[in-house]
Design a protein around this ligand. Structure first.
Ligand code: PLP
Length: 414
C-alpha cells in the first residue's frame, strides 16, 4: 500500500502528494515509492531463492539512474536493448556478467562495446551473428553468445507487445539453427553459452511461460546433442500488472517460477527479464488540472500532462487508472482526460466517471513507472518531466526537469 488515501488525500508512503505538488517547482512530474520498488524486487528474489538463477531487470522499462542503482544494490542484473542502455548499466555499476544485450538491430559499435565489457549477447539473425563475429575479431576477444529462438508461443497480449510468435521481427528462424551452430562452432572467438526467447509483455497466464520453457528445453537438448554445453536459459516475457484495478488474479513472480521449475534442466542458470512487473506500480504521474470544457456532447478535463510525457494510452489504447489526489465534490460527469498537445490522440484516459474538478486540482495517472517516462518525447516542445523518489517521509529529486535551455543546447552548431 505505498499509494493510499487518508482523509480524502492520496499519499505516497508517508507523504501527502498534494503537499509535494505544492512544494516542487514544476508540473507534471513522476513520483516513485522506494518501498514499492523494494517489495516488487523482493517478490522475484524470494521466488528464485535456492535456484541457480538471476533477474535481469529490463532497463527499457525505466532507465532512471538512481532507480537502476537501487536495483543493482538489491542484486539485480540488467537486460539491455541499446548501447546507451549498456553505458547506463555500467554507470549504475551492474556486473557485466549479469547483463544481457538483446536486439534485432544492434550496430557494430554497440556490439564492440558489449564484447569489450564481456556482456552476454543474444544472437538475433544471420547478419547479427556476422556483426558479433566482426566485433569479436576487431577486438580479438571472446564473445559469449546466446541464440534467440522464436518459440512461436502466443502470449495472448496486444500485438504491439507480442514478441515470440513466428511472424515476429525478433529471433532466428528456427529451421536455421544448424547453420547458426556451425557458424559458431567454426569461430574460435564465439562461445555459445545459452538460448534466449522473449514472449511478450503484459502476460497474464503462466501457461504461456510453461509452453515456452518446454520448447526451449527441447532446443537445449538438441544443442547439447551437437556437442555444445549451454549454461543459460534466458526466458524473457513480462508479467502483466493490474492496470485496470479489477482485482483480477495476475500471476505473481512465485507463480511464474513455480510453473516452470520442474522443467528446468540441471546445470542451467535461469535468467528472467522482468521490467514492468518490477517498476510499473512504483510510480504515479502527477498532473494539475488546467481546466474543464465541453463540446456539447463530450466533457473534457484538460491536464498539464499529455501524450508527450505518457504515451501508452495513445500508443496502445492502454488503460491506466486516473484519480484525484485531493477531495473533489463537483458534479459527476463522464470525462475524457486530455493533455494540451495538438493531436486528437492526446489523451490519458477516456470515458471516466469523475467529479468535476476546479482548476489546479491534482490528478494522477497510476502505474506510471514502466514505459511512461522512458517513452516520453519533446513533442510540441514539451520538456521531459522531473522525477521524485519517496522513501518514508523523505522526498528526493532523482531527475531534474528538462529545460528549454537543455533542449536548445543540441543546436549549438557553428
Ligand atoms: C527483450 C525484452 N526483455 C524484457 C522486456 C521487459 O518486459 P516487461 O516490461 O513486460 O517485463 C521486454 C519488453 O518487451 C523485451 O522486449
Amino acid at each position: 500500500m505505498s499509494f493510499h488515501y487518508k482523509n480524502g488525500y492520496l499519499y505516497c508512503e508517508d507523504l501527502r502528494i498534494k503537499d509535494i505538488q505544492q512544494q516542487v517547482p514544476s508540473s507534471p512530474f513522476y513520483l516513485y515509492s522506494l518501498a514499492q520498488l523494494e517489495a516488487n524486487y523482493a517478490a522475484y528474489s524470494h521466488a528464485l531463492e535456492g535456484m541457480d538463477a538471476f533477474v535481469g531487470y529490463a532497463i527499457k522499462a525505466n532507465n532512471n539512474l538512481t532507480l537502476l542503482k537501487r536495483l543493482r544494490e538489491m542484486g539485480s542484473g540488467a537486460v539491455l536493448v541499446s548501447g546507451n542502455e549498456l553505458q547506463i548499466a555500467l554507470a549504475a555499476g551492474f556486473d557485466a556478467r549479469q547483463t544481457i544485450f538483446n536486439g534485432n538491430g544492434k550496430t557494430l559499435d554497440e556490439l564492440r562495446l558489449a564484447v569489450e565489457h564481456n556482456v552476454l549477447i543474444n544472437v538475433d539473425s544471420e547478419f547479427d551473428l556476422a556483426h558479433i563475429q566482426q566485433a569479436a575479431a576487431q577486438l580479438d576477444k571472446l564473445a559469449d553468445v546466446l541464440i534467440r529462438i522464436n518459440p512461436d508461443v502466443d502470449a495472448e497480449v496486444h500485438p504491439y507487445v507480442s514478441t515470440g510468435i513466428k511472424n515476429s521481427k525478433f529471433g532466428i528462424r528456427n529451421e536455421r539453427l544448424d547453420w547458426f551452430l556451425a557458424e559458431i562452432r567454426n569461430d574460435a572467438r564465439l562461445n555459445l553459452v545459452g538460448v534466449h526467447c522473449h514472449l511478450g509483455s503484459t502476460i497474464k497466464k503462466v501457461r504461456v511461460f510453461r509452453d515456452a520453457t518446454e520448447r526451449m528445453v527441447e532446443f537445449i537438448r538438441a544443442i547439447h546433442a551437437e556437442g555444445f554445453r549451454l549454461r543459460y536459459l534466458n526466458l524473457g516475457g513480462g508479467l502483466g500488472i493490474d492496470y485496470e484495478r479489477t482485482g483480477e488474479d495476475i500471476p505473481t513472480p512465485r507463480a511464474l517460477v513455480d510453473s516452470i521449475n520442474d522443467l528446468l534442466p540441471e546445470d542451467i542458470t535461469l535468467i528472467i527479464e522482468p521490467g514492468r512487473s518490477i517498476i510499473g506500480d512504483t510510480a504515479v504521474f502527477v498532473n494539475s488540472v488546467t481546466g474543464v470544457k465541453t463540446n456539447g456532447s463530450k466533457h473534457f478535463i484538460v491536464t498539464d500532462g499529455s501524450m508527450a510525457e505518457l504515451i501508452r494510452p495513445s500508443l496502445y489504447d492502454a488503460y491506466q487508472h486516473i484519480q484525484f489526489i485531493e477531495p473533489v465534490i463537483g458534479k459527476v460527469e463522464t470525462y475524457d482526460i486530455v493533455g494540451p498537445v495538438c493531436e486528437s490522440a492526446d489523451f490519458l484516459g477516456k470515458a471516466r466517471e469523475l467529479p468535476t474538478p476546479d482548476e489546479g486540482v491534482g490528478l494522477v495517472v497510476c502505474d506510471a513507472g514502466a514505459y511512461c517516462h522512458a517513452m516520453s518525447s519533446n513533442y510540441n516542445l514539451k520538456m521531459q518531466p522531473p522525477e521524485y523518489l519517496v522513501d518514508g517521509d523523505k522526498l528526493t529529486c532523482i531527475r531534474r526537469a528538462e529545460t528549454l535551455e537543455d533542449y536548445l543546447r543540441v543546436f549549438d552548431i557553428p
